[in-house]
Design a protein around this ligand. Structure first.
Ligand code: GTP
Ligand code: MG
Length: 456
């Protein structure tokens, strides 16, 4: 299918013990032989090597030794791309790696574009599109949850369900088309009932899958949490507690934090970006005004708001006002400074979900983390949730599939012309097929694989 042989550095660029240069394609072995000198040397060493073996020697070009390496030989079809692959394990410095890659490129391989190895794996039928996306998800995973969800997808758990949906739609389509060919025969009531039942089942199955989209987004991208409150409430101290190190400057001067500070952390296996903000207050100071404006912006973008109150002080009228806005956002009211005598009237905040903490001694921080987790996963994490979690591309295709499926269903029920029904069912099947890559366009493939790194 592909005539050219591609090569790329498959490990991150930088200083490391080893780097791997991957070469895939019809001429992978002969390209390798042009640059590889085995330690006890005959020519065409790699072309004559058995599959899945590793060889010690040197990379050289024009009789100049460039690096001491180990080369793995993997013959088609038992490889990632289903083509012949060799992988050169060379020294992992920037220059060493580039020099070896350069030699390979001068010897007949072309530099791979991002995702091209995985694209070949897909086009050769080794994996489907959801599995190709899972490869990228595994590389990008930052939490255990994200990694296990990606592994399930690579194992084909999502593909199984999508293929079932498509088969069911095709089954009904075949029936409808058969009757188009024999217009004298009506669909028997029994058969019709069966077809309608099958389409209804398909629709509710699509709904089940669509309901996983939000969790999928959460697991893949994580959430943004804004820490807000009045000056000196202890927002920056709380950020430092949650991160476990001193990221933000803390002081008893009101207005210490002027710009927003964002920092990533894992809280109970959820990827979180915390945004510490300037205190919310009226001010004449220009810089502080900008800080307050940025605080409001981060409140808008946040998935969850931690509103920090100093519980050693009575509630002020302006706090009462901003608490009102809180009610219609996902929030946790954090009562800070519980190591000091309490001066807050519990009645004034009784309608809020509160957690009492001390950002000085860490009291209550673990309960706060639990509260963050349960506000993200209302109802907890179920194991079947990890098996299938669709991404936004799958979601978009399923929404299209659902619209045409509904049209087909209502036409089938009201006895409209079979041609139209068949058309809608075909649109449904195609939209579902896009998810696993049974129906694709070059544009779709480009947009998926271009997000990959080079060498994958
Ligand atoms: N006793 C006590 N003091 C605290 C606690 N948390 C913070 N503080 C103190 O309160 C003061 C303000 O803390 P910061 O974390 O800088 O408060 P902030 O909300 O970020 O303030 P701005 O950035 O100025 O808006 C500092 O002197 C902290 O040491 C706490 O739980 N108990
Ligand atoms: Mg601060």
């Amino acid at each position: 299918m592909f005539e050219d042989t591609i090569a790329a550095i498959a490990t991150p660029l930088g200083e490391g013990g080893i780097a791997i240069i991957r070469i895939s394609g019809e001429n992978a072995l002969s390209v390798g032989d042009r640059v590889f000198q085995p330690i006890s040397g005959n020519t065409n060493h790699l072309e004559n090597a058995k599959s899945h073996t590793i060889h010690y020697g040197y990379i050289s070009l024009n009789n100049q030794r460039l690096d001491e390496v180990m080369v793995s030989v993997m013959r088609a079809p038992a490889t990632f791309t289903r083509e012949d692959i060799i992988e050169i394990n060379c020294h992992g410095g920037m220059q060493a790696t580039k020099t070896v890659l350069d030699a390979v490129l001068k010897s007949g391989a072309r530099l791979a574009i991002p995702g091209e190895f995985t694209k070949r794996a897909f086009l050769h039928g080794r994996i489907d599109l959801t599995q190709a996306e899972a490869v990228a998800d595994i590389i990008n995973a930052r939490t255990n949850l994200a990694l296990s969800a990606a592994n399930e997808q690579l194992a084909g758990k999502l593909s199984e369900r999508i293929n079932q949906l498509r088969d069911d739609t095709m089954h009904v389509l075949a029936h409808v088309e058969a009757h188009i060919d024999f217009p004298d025969e009506d669909i028997k009531p029994d058969t019709m009932e069966g077809l309608i039942k099958r389409l209804k089942k398909t629709k509710s199955f699509i709904d089940q899958l669509l309901s996983t989209a939000n969790d999928g987004k959460l697991i893949r991208r994580g959430i943004r949490i804004a820490i807000i409150g009045k000056p000196n409430a202890g927002k920056s101290s709380l950020l430092n507690q949650l991160l476990g190190h001193d990221r933000a400057i803390v002081s008893n001067i009101a207005g210490t934090t002027r710009d927003t500070i964002s920092e990533e952390a894992q809280i109970r296996d959820i990827l979180v970006v915390f945004i510490d903000t300037a205190g919310l207050q009226e001010t004449d100071d220009k810089v502080e005004q900008e800080g307050v404006k940025r605080s409001h912006d981060s409140i808008k973008q946040a998935d969850l708001i931690l509103y920090v109150l100093d519980s050693s002080k009575p509630l002020t009228p302006d706090s009462k006002l901003s608490l009102k806005d809180l009610a219609n956002r996902k929030h946790i009211l954090v009562l800070n400074k519980n190591d000091l005598p309490e001066a807050l009237d519990p009645k004034s905040i009784e309608e809020f979900k509160t957690i009492s903490i001390s950002s000085i001694n860490g009291d209550g921080i673990e309960s706060l983390k639990d509260a963050i987790k349960s506000s993200v996963w209302e109802g907890g994490i179920k194991s079947e949730m990890l098996e299938v979690m669709i991404n936004s591309r799958h979601q978009e295709a399923l929404i299209r599939a659902r619209i045409s499926l509904e049209a087909a269903l209502s036409q089938l029920q009201s006895g409209l012309t079979l041609d139209l029904i068949a058309l809608d069912l075909r649109v449904t099947a195609n939209a579902i097929g896009e998810i696993v890559g049974k129906t694709t366009t070059e544009d779709l493939l480009d947009s998926i694989f271009s997000t990959f790194c080079i060498g994958k």
